[in-house]
Structure formats: C-alpha cells, structure tokens
Design a protein around this ligand. Structure first.
Ligand SMILES: Nc1ncnc2c1ncn2[C@@H]1O[C@H](COP(=O)(O)OP(=O)(O)OP(=O)(O)O)[C@@H](O)[C@H]1O
Ligand SMILES: [Mg+2]
Length: 239
C-alpha cells in the first residue's frame, strides 16, 4: 500500500524581484518529481547539495507548497482534504531534522518536548500522557532521568533520540528524516541508524531518508534514488 506519494512536483523560488516586488527571476528547484512511499518501506534520497532534497521533504510535509503537482496521503490529495482528514495526515507524517539542537526548544524540558504533540492532538489524561512519553523515551534508548532535563544538558545523540521520541509518541506511519545523522559523531550515527531500524521493526513505519552519505542510505533503505538538479533518478540499489 502506498502511504505517501507525490506526483509531478514543480517548484521554483523567486531569486530576483523588481522595484515593485514583481518576480523577475526564478530558480527552478524541482522539475517534475514523483515518488511513492509504501507502508513499512524505506526510501532513500541521495544527491548533491542544492539539488532539491530538502525542498521535496518540505513539500511532502506540507511546510511548502509546490507550483504544480500533487501530494497524496493514502490516495487523497492533501490540498483538497477536509480539516479532519488533513489532521490525520499531519499526525501520521512526521519529521526528524538534521540538527536536533535547533529543532528542540531549549527552554522546554524533555518531558514537555515529547508530550507536546500528544497534548495538541489528543484529549488524554495526564497520567496516560506521562506513560506514553515514558514508553517512547525508553523505546528510543533513553533513561527515564532525561525527562526533567533541558536539551543543552543532553549529548548530540541523546538530543536526536529525543527528537525521534517526540515523533514516535504520535505513532506516525511515515517519518521524513532530512540528514538525521549528519550532525552527529560517526560512532553515534550508527547507533541512531540502528534505532531507526529497531523502531521500524516495532511499528512498521515508512521512512524517507535524505542523506549525503550512501552508506547511511544503504543501511536503512529498501529503495534508493538520487536527486539530480531537481529531478529524481531511478532506484540505485536495494537492501
Ligand atoms: N526559501 C528559499 N528561497 C529561495 N531559494 C531557496 C529556498 N529554499 C531553498 N532554496 C534553493 O533551492 C535549492 C535547493 O535547496 P534544498 O535545500 O532543497 O537543497 P538540498 O538538496 O536539500 O541541499 P543540501 O544537501 O545542501 O541540504 C538551492 O539552490 C537553494 O538555495
Ligand atoms: Mg537539505
């Protein structure tokens, strides 16, 4: 089953405007990109810096709109969804970014970071929320004692584990991870990769992994494609 899909995505960014604010030059970033992410499978995207990988991730997460093309969640265009359907899509398609220090609010304790999504999306008992947070923290290989710490009191690897716990607690179907290990030490990178694999076993999550590093993508992905100047080239290898 295809969980998330994009069809023929075109996206340009304005790079020059005239005195009146009219766009006079655009940079084409994505030039007809189509991609399918199946349930429980991992797709990897390699590609040079500036080739459009993050732009595609943002479009799949609806953080950015394409000029044309469509994004479908379980066969339904996210652009035509009713509020309720859209909420289900947003809940089920989560992101893990490159730098866990930027993506975690430095003024929030780990417990509040991890429970935020639950609090916003579900009406749950405080006790149940705490249980779910603890479960996620443990599943991500963190000790219970991190709950009361702030992000700056954690190591880089622990911070990325918190960022992962924050998504896992919502039981998403898809995780889009943009360079999730590249800000980390090499030794920590493999631990985080193993964590992603373990979590996939438990929850049969689909992943979209974006990386510069072929070894990372090879370790994690069923299909690998390459972004080349805004176009996705075919599968390069399989796990
Ligand atoms: N908001 C924006 N406004 C203007 N140009 C942008 C914007 N976001 C991205 N770009 C440009 O779009 C192109 C693709 O950027 P993108 O971040 O998608 O590349 P990438 O493949 O993720 O690169 P990297 O591997 O370095 O992360 C780049 O030339 C970038 O400068
Ligand atoms: Mg990028």
């Amino acid at each position: 089953m295809v969980v998330l899909e994009c069809k023929n995505i075109y996206k340009s960014y304005p790079i020059r405007k005239n005195f009146f604010g009219k766009i006079i030059e655009e940079l084409p970033v994505l030039k007809g990109v189509s991609l399918k992410i199946e349930k429980g499978k991992s797709v990897g995207i390699l590609g040079d810096s500036g080739s459009g990988k993050t732009t595609l991730a943002k479009i799949l997460l609806d953080l950015e709109r394409p000029d044309s093309g469509d994004v479908l969640y379980k066969g339904v265009s996210i652009y035509g969804m009713k509020k309720k359907e859209y909420k289900v899509y947003r809940l089920n398609v989560q992101a893990v970014f490159q730098n866990p220090y930027n993506s975690l609010n430095p003024r929030m304790k780990v417990i509040d970071i991890v429970l935020e999504g639950l609090k916003i999306n579900f009406k749950l008992d405080k006790e149940i929320i705490r249980e779910k947070v603890l479960e996620s923290i443990r599943q991500c290989g963190l000790p219970d004692s991190v709950l009361d710490l702030y992000p700056h009191q954690l190591s880089g690897g622990q911070r990325q584990r918190v960022a992962i716990a924050r998504t896992i607690v919502l039981k998403p179907e898809v995780i889009i991870a943009d360079e999730p290990t590249s800000a980390l030490d090499v030794s920590v990178q493999s631990q985080i990769i193993n964590l992603f694999l373990e979590l996939q076993e438990i929850f049969s999550i689909s992943y979209l992994f974006i990386s510069h590093n072929p070894a990372v993508v090879d370790a994690l992905c069923d299909y690998v494609c390459e972004m080349d100047q805004g176009k996705l080239k075919d599968v390069l290898s399989c796990r």
